[in-house]
Design a protein around this ligand. Sequence first.
Ligand SMILES: NC(=O)c1ccc[n+]([C@@H]2O[C@H](COP(=O)([O-])OP(=O)(O)OC[C@H]3O[C@@H](n4cnc5c(N)ncnc54)[C@H](OP(=O)(O)O)[C@@H]3O)[C@@H](O)[C@H]2O)c1
Length: 200
Amino acid sequence: MSYAIIGAGKVGQALAKAFARKEIEVAIASRRPAEALAPVAKAIGPTVIARSLQDAVKAEIVLLAIPFGTQNEVAKAAKNWQGKILIDVTNAYGVVPEELDNLPSSIVISQAFPGAKLVKAFNHLPAETLAQDPKVEGGRRVLFLSSDDESAAGQVATLVERLGFAPVGLGALAEGGLLVQARGKIWAPLIFQDLFKKGE
Ligand SMILES: NC(=O)c1ccc[n+]([C@@H]2O[C@H](COP(=O)([O-])OP(=O)(O)OC[C@H]3O[C@@H](n4cnc5c(N)ncnc54)[C@H](OP(=O)(O)O)[C@@H]3O)[C@@H](O)[C@H]2O)c1
């Protein structure tokens, strides 16, 4: 499986650190050219590779760590998104419900990527928490997953396990997904909940 992180800001770099910790190869891209991002990638670890946006979106699993509202720009970087798994790490904090047609923010994101299978994950913790080793004495840090595609959620759960976190499925985007979304000035109840699952 190939992976790419789009967005090299606070969250993009925190995600890259999680991949680097487990020595899993991952591309990282933003609007900047690959050469400009290369020092950022290199400082994180040898398995983090700076790429152009166009190259990065060729990955089978793409993690979207960009500001909400820039998704249409990113979507243009691939000829098509058919069959790709898109992990939505964005939060629509400050975006009023009317701007989202009263839809869950992840459904609005998915509309920009026709054919992609969207899984909402990695969005409920601050970047500095996400960047830390998820293994603590006696347990692993929990990440919530929601998706309308069970098979894609399963594949993302496998990635989450490989990165050392404990995946917890919440079900569909318009159901469990609402527990981890931001909209207007409201953070849903599971956002910022730093939970741990006991055991290996
Ligand atoms: N910060 C947190 O603690 C946190 C936690 C969970 C989720 N989130 C969510 O994660 C997302 C990113 O947050 P952040 O704090 O990492 O923001 P940030 O530090 O401002 O980084 C945003 C990144 O997106 C890139 N970007 C912007 N427009 C782009 C475009 N059209 N195409 C490609 N790349 C683009 C920027 O890179 P260039 O300028 O180089 O293009 C930058 O690297 C947001 O939706 C946020 O709500 C944030």
